[in-house]
Design a protein. Structure first.
Length: 670
């Protein structure tokens, strides 16, 4: 039986080679231990070549960095004899041309080449469309740049993200907003799937930190400076000065040039960007000094990739491949080149495992596309990858260390151990101020050094280095301004004649002074946003004003707040809310002190002579009752009369003492 099976495989070899006529593109990566997957000689014959597709926008920051990485990876995979020894990987490139329509057509053309996997697209919007095609044809789709969190594994089971999910990046930004004690932000985003869904994830993350997005400012893709200027002018009227910018790297820098012209890059403003900014800056060789002057004080997040010797060697090789693929001298290296490279190696290693398990590569026609032969669009040329589900499972089970760190997927098909660099833009270039990871939050040490320790994201363990904010400000801005047309807080202060230490008129900048005023001002300074306020004296200054009337003015909205030594009583709480009292008197006795003389017999003064006589009579009565009850049975109450009298006095005294003590304790406890 075994010989018959081998003969059948040999007879079908020509058909398999015909089906696999197109190349397969994959990015190579070495395993943590440099292990290889050996093939058993009893397995069926393997194809001489396999096709993999690569779909991305050639003329973009991401595309110009990714293409040399693809080429480098495929050459290294085919040169490595420890993996896929007898099978060559061919890569089929398609340019999505930054267009949803063109990208869809190119993706269909890509699938006609019977690829076993497709790497890309870089666009989240196109990712939604192509994922439906991948689901239908059972072709794993590995995106190295589409970070849209709504590209979920439940809706698109064949979609796999080899980079980080934006859910984690938005969580990192929300943690940063909370770390700086801000409560509201303005989101500026590109109006497409990438921008809208990313900002939606940001809103959910902020809500968990008791913060929110106060305004969403959407920018049309490809918008000009005039459109951006109008949008920024409108957001500049908002109270919040915390701006989170989530746009495309190829056009995002225009936002800051317009903001600079509008005076929005000075002190009091905060600008936070997602990874697009560092993607653009890293791609510039040399670094544009004018751009850095423009971006001074901006805080940017970037996908964290650990430093390693392999990473440094790859960057050196990447420059040689870039010179072959692009004639532009300013094409720089960014992190997406690493993700593209690792994606190819991920597919190559998964194929090695896939073939070692005895699987082959076969395709069949899609029954849902049989009735499209009368159309000019030859959809019937698209075939289903029969072993696609098994190959996808082989990809998900891969576990090794690549250039971007540990490559392993969780149950949601997301990369484990997500982490980000936090960089502060200065005139000399980006400066790292710390890291964020899903494991420990903010730290100033690389995240991989903390993975072996228990997860700890408590606030007391969060730490970042000093940040220089716009306008060369070192203290974190409050991130809030009072609008020009806003109404300040009107605060009523009693114009006292006596006890002026609590609240009274003064010639200082506030117009008032006192202990109550000092406490209120200290509380205002603790708020994460400014509170414009105006103090208004209540009363003529000749006699103390009625506090009941002052409460009535607050209830009538003549004052927004009243600050002073206002006693909290039941009638007043029916109309206004009081803060917690900052001074508590407790139980006190008020008595005149002047002229009082101390005396050893002062304790007698609270009771009258009659009261003391009644107390003494009760004292003797209790003693007599105790003597009558105990005399017949208790030896202590017998003997000479002198002894019996002493015993009566002693027991009557002790009974009254302990009875009084118990009553006192009971009263205090109630």
């Amino acid at each position: 039986m075994g010989f018959f099976v081998m003969m059948r495989c040999c007879d079908s070899m020509g058909l398999m080679l015909l089906l696999c006529v197109f190349g397969f593109s994959v990015l190579p990566t070495e395993g943590a231990g440099g292990e290889s997957f050996l093939k058993d000689s009893s397995f069926p014959s393997l194809p001489s070549s396999v096709n993999v597709g690569a779909l991305f926008t050639y003329d973009s920051f991401i595309g110009r960095a990714a293409k040399p990485a693809f080429v480098a990876a495929i050459e290294e995979v085919n040169a490595d004899q420890s993996i896929l020894r007898n099978t060559k990987l061919n890569i089929v490139f398609q340019d999505s041309d930054c267009s949803g329509f063109v990208g869809t057509m190119r993706a269909l053309q890509l699938m006609e080449n019977k690829v076993v996997a497709a790497i890309g697209p870089q666009s989240s919007g196109l990712g939604h469309i192509i994922s439906h095609v991948a689901n239908e044809l059972h072709v794993p789709l590995l995106s190295f740049a589409a970070t849209d969190p709504t590209l979920s594994s439940l809706q698109f089971p064949y979609f796999l993200r080899t980079t980080q999910n934006d859910n984690f990046q938005m969580k990192a930004i929300a943690d940063f907003v909370s770390y700086c004690r801000w409560r509201e932000v303005v989101a500026i985003f590109v109006d497409n799937e990438y921008g809208r869904n990313g900002v939606s994830a940001l809103g959910d993350a902020l809500a968990k930190k008791r913060a929110k997005i106060s305004y969403k400012a959407a920018i049309t893709p490809g918008a000009g400076n005039s459109s951006i200027s109008g949008l920024l002018a409108s957001v500049n009227l908002m109270e919040s000065r915390i701006f989170v910018v989530h746009v495309n790297p190829d056009s995002g820098l225009n936002i800051f040039s317009v903001a600079k012209s509008l005076g929005m890059m000075g002190s009091g403003y905060v600008w936070i960007t997602t990874d697009w900014l560092l993607t653009a800056l890293d791609s510039m060789e040399p670094l544009d000094t004018k751009a850095m002057d423009l971006l001074q004080g901006v805080v940017a997040f970037r996908h964290y990739t650990p430093e390693s010797e392999k990473k440094r060697q790859f960057k050196a090789r990447w420059k040689n491949f870039r010179s072959k693929e692009s004639s532009k001298s300013d094409d720089g290296f960014n992190s997406y080149a690493l993700y593209a490279y690792d994606s190819v190696w991920l597919v190559a290693r998964a194929l090695d495992v896939f073939f070692s398990q005895g699987n082959t590569v076969t395709f069949s026609s899609d029954p849902n596309l049989k009735n499209t032969n009368d159309s000019n669009i030859k959809l019937s040329a698209l075939d289903v990858f029969n072993e696609g589900e098994r190959f996808l499972q082989a990809i998900l089970e891969i576990n090794y260390t690549g250039l971007t760190g540990k490559i392993e997927f969780d149950s949601e098909k997301d990369r484990i151990n997500p982490a980000y660099d936090i960089l502060n833009m200065k005139s000399t270039g980006p400066q790292r101020v710390g890291y964020w990871s899903n494991h420990t939050g903010f730290s100033v040490v690389p995240p991989e050094t903390l993975y072996s320790k228990p997860s700890n994201t408590s606030a007391k363990n969060q730490r970042l280095n000093e940040i220089i904010w716009p306008g060369e400000v070192r203290k974190p801005p409050r991130g809030w301004v009072f609008p020009d047309n806003g109404k300040p807080l009107i605060i009523g202060v009693p114009n006292r004649v006596s006890y002026k230490y609590y609240a009274s008129k003064d010639n200082n900048s506030l117009g008032v002074k006192g202990y109550c005023i000092d406490i209120f001002e200290a509380a205002v300074q603790l708020l994460p946003y400014p509170v414009p306020r105006t103090y208004v004296l209540y009363g003529d200054g000749k006699r103390n004003p009625s506090y009941d009337n002052l409460i009535g003015e607050v209830n009538a909205n003549s004052f927004d707040v009243a600050v002073g030594d206002v006693t909290i009583i039941t009638n007043r709480t029916k109309f206004v809310d009081f803060t917690q009292p900052f001074m508590e008197s407790g139980l006190v006795v008020v008595a005149p002190v002047k002229g009082a003389k101390s005396s050893p017999w002062s304790f007698l003064k609270p009771f009258t002579i009659e009261m003391w006589a009644v107390t003494g009579g009760l004292f003797l009565f209790v003693g007599a009752v105790i003597w009558i009850l105990e005399h017949r049975f208790n030896e202590e109450f017998r003997g000479p009369p002198r002894r019996q009298i002493i015993t009566v006095f002693w027991f009557s005294f002790s009974t009254m003492f302990f009875s009084h003590r118990e009553n006192t304790v009971s009263t205090l406890g109630s």
